[in-house]
Design a protein around this ligand. Sequence first.
Ligand SMILES: Cc1cc2nc3c(=O)[nH]c(=O)nc-3n(C[C@H](O)[C@H](O)[C@H](O)COP(=O)(O)OP(=O)(O)OC[C@H]3O[C@@H](n4cnc5c(N)ncnc54)[C@H](O)[C@@H]3O)c2cc1C
Length: 382
Amino acid sequence: MIDFSLTAGDRRLIEVTRLENEAMRKHARYYDQHEDEIEPASFPESSELPDKMELMREIEDQTSGLVIAESLMDLEYADPRLRRTEHGLGDMIVGYAGTPEQLERFGHLVLAIALTEPGAGSDPRAITGSARYDEATGEWVLNGEKIYCSKFGQADGAVVLLKGESEGGHRPFLAFIVEKGTPGLVQLGQVKKMGIRNWDTEDFVLQDCRVPSINKVDADFGKTMVVFNGTRPKVAAMGLSIARTLMDFTRGKLKEAGVDVHYAAGRAKRSQMEDRLLRLEALHEATKLSILNCKWREQNEGTNTGATKVDAAIAKAMGGGAARRITQECMEMLGPLGLSEEFLAEKWYRDARIFDIFEGAGEVNRLIVARWLLDYSSKELN
Ligand SMILES: Cc1cc2nc3c(=O)[nH]c(=O)nc-3n(C[C@H](O)[C@H](O)[C@H](O)COP(=O)(O)OP(=O)(O)OC[C@H]3O[C@@H](n4cnc5c(N)ncnc54)[C@H](O)[C@@H]3O)c2cc1C
């Protein structure tokens, strides 16, 4: 039975992350305005604040478990991050699908994941990027254009998803490790974005890019997608954290204006504004619990079960939707204050929007849940 109570270790990690969040806020506007600059591996404040990932491992036995502890910290997402994260989605895939030889050769690399192409995002079947085996050299020849690749600026390369040559009328999904510096890999620089401008996001093309056979990872489409069962609730938590930050700011500004939420008063005694804030708080709480429920399941079952996939889709659909609704309503309650660049409210509003698009857009995650509820295949309901 799931137990949502927090341990002393959980609370300590939340506290450390909140301190980090507050300390980093002074850098947020700078990176919002300098989106081509990749943040440093660590900020000067790191000399005063503990490394929360190290701390988490140190006090693991006092926490609710590493998966849940990490999720609790994601729910307090700092922007920008005090220290760069140690992993990319690509190296996580190599971690579970790589051979011992590949782990030895590539295990130390930080790798992004490159799936999306100009005509293929929600529908990876539309990927046109190609991989052809050259028997004469024993190399794979890769071609294609990959867009919106998170972390690619700081990474050592990416796990790139392409399609092989037709086998009986069907082109199989193939995954390759492509390291930066490989001839034929052309980086196109950072993408200009409406929000999360400090989120390292690059486009690149592969032009007859040759990689040896050892770079081919034994990960078809399904195996590659398993990584998202863990990252969808993570991303949902980050989006929800941004929304909560804006909600806290809104509550503070309303209080300054004389609107203080009376939780104990009945509905008849509360103003419409108070009720509105309460409803948003309830939505935040429900979404947070869905995310934690998913992470609890992951901690017990791993990420590779159908159930975790559905829970991850529920968490992501709820997280993306809640991030949008909470930030939208906060902006309405703030009025012109919300639009002023004197505050970070307008930035948080812009930042939250993407969380209902990447890692599976809201509609796509709702399709996963609907298929499960109705017992339809992806061919029957798409
Ligand atoms: C900042 C950022 C970082 C990213 N990082 C990565 C990364 O690291 N690696 C990577 O591979 N990609 C990455 N992406 C790409 C992202 O995953 C895609 O943008 C996303 O999956 C949506 O795909 P799309 O852009 O093709 O839009 P589309 O699939 O064209 O979607 C457009 C709209 O149509 C809706 N829609 C699509 N299909 C259906 C359907 N069947 N039914 C109902 N509605 C539907 C969508 O919900 C959306 O609202 C990133 C994107 C951004 C913006």
